[in-house]
Design a protein around this ligand. Sequence first.
Ligand code: 2AM
Ligand code: CA
Length: 261
Amino acid sequence: MTEREFLERALTDAAVQVRDLYRRRHELSIQHKQGPTDFVTAGDLQIQQYIEKLIAESFPGDRLVAEEQGLDRMPDDRDQRCWVLDPIDGTHNFAVGLMPTFGVSLALVEAGRPILGGVALPMIDQLLIAEQGQGAWRDGQRVHVSDHDLLEQAKIEIDFSRLANRRLVLTRGHDIINTAGQIRSQGSAVVGLCAVATGDGDGYVHPSLKPWDYAASLLIVTEAGGKVSRLDGTEVHIFDGLNGILAANPTLHARMLELLN
Ligand code: 2AM
Ligand code: CA
């Protein structure tokens, strides 16, 4: 089995489990992490354990970096090949909320760059896959970023993140917020980023993401013709310790970068 076949199988199987977990989300136990709005559910843990086991069986030498259960330590060798997993991105929407805006994200990273990435959006039953140099697909169909070139007519997702980062979003994001045609803030990095890749959105900004939140989607956006960088425009190395992410089609990326800085 190739890595890509593995990725597709793991995410498809995980999506089946997530749909079942979502139906009984009110029964799932919740553990708080750093604050009252920062928690992990038994659903996140089940999906992480499931994919961790699959990787151990199919690629026993490979390292896994994942959000939960102590796997969130960055590798000592930051160029090491590893899998990067967010079992549920948008946990808050998964556990509480009317709209099921969340996804499962798995990437294979080498030398700090994703070479393979997949996102399952279980409740709309879509699977996005990208392979370095090969393209990006949604359920087998190629996807491409939008060709909207006017920020005034663009739909931009800005994530206000946690309280500590909100001032940063409001100061640096001020000109984007005051210019963009539409602003969204849906609470799932993979949904915001994949919308850029499919052209359903035009841009995405988050002040403070962790590698598992964006590793797969970064490749999906890039392979769909988009551009992803840090907030100062520098190229992303997944384990560079930086947190900000700006993604958009190339024209809007340049415009948003100018306004952010
Ligand atoms: P999560 O649901 O996996 O926690 C919401 O603001 C979006 O940003 C979600 O994608 C969420 O991922 C992520 N996120 C929120 N706070 C974060 C933090 N402090 N560090 C990393 N990612 C965060
Ligand atoms: Ca998560």
